[in-house]
Design a protein around this ligand. Sequence first.
Ligand SMILES: [Zn+2]
Length: 286
Amino acid sequence: MTVETYRHSGGIGALGIPLMCLGGGLTTVTLGVAYAYALAWIPFVYVSFLLTAGFGALVGLVVGICAKLGKVRNPLVAGIIGVFCAILGLYVAWAFDALARFGSDEIPGPMFAPDLLVEYIKYFYEEGFWGIGRANATVSGMFLAAIWAAEAIVLIGLAWLLSSGFISTHPFCENCQTWTNQSEGIAKINPPHGDVSVIEQLCDGQIDAISKFKLCDPEAADYIRIDTAICPTCTESNFVSVYVVETTQDKDGNNKVESKPLKQNMIVSSEETQRLSSILEELSAT
Ligand SMILES: [Zn+2]
């Protein structure tokens, strides 16, 4: 028998959509204007790409936070609103592009009208307004179009990942209409003598299997991490996740900690979470 895991109900709190649209919309319009000026003034294409990534991530994060505040248990809807906000931000950035590049003496104002904007983008495509590399060769035509496409993919992709991802693994108690309290790393454990069968038992929802593990040293590089998510007000919503954590060193000798989920948000009973705490107490006493 395999253990059941938490799945979002798909429900959305009454304030969910208005909050995501308002928070995401205000953020993306503000950032879109700032982004247009930053791109016009900063000549380094690498810095520009970091700005693009930051723009997309921030929009996604704000939509994700609003989704949590608005009790949105629907990552698809949060993701779609995140993407919509990113597209709006990109449009605003394009509308302000000419003004940012050529100043208010030459350009009367932002170009929100689609026909005017299309004319401007065509002109930009043919002429190219910025250069790249040591020779500072002007970028135009297909190469420029490819850079624009990459920019849009990074911006929209990150907005999607963060807006939908922010709520995707956080269990919600439908009983109490509240998010559960998540505790990361309530235990760092290792199987005895590398016996992986106990990990399988644990991932099959057998909480008692933890008694066969050993607590590992707080400084350990590789271990199994146990997280819990428990409703703060009732005994109906209790979830246990199992992660494998590995520390590797990159080529500069910096530690890189990676955690991969083995099982996320297994549905357990309130008694089982109490049993988990008492097993961990016993393990730490020995
Ligand atoms: Zn509850």
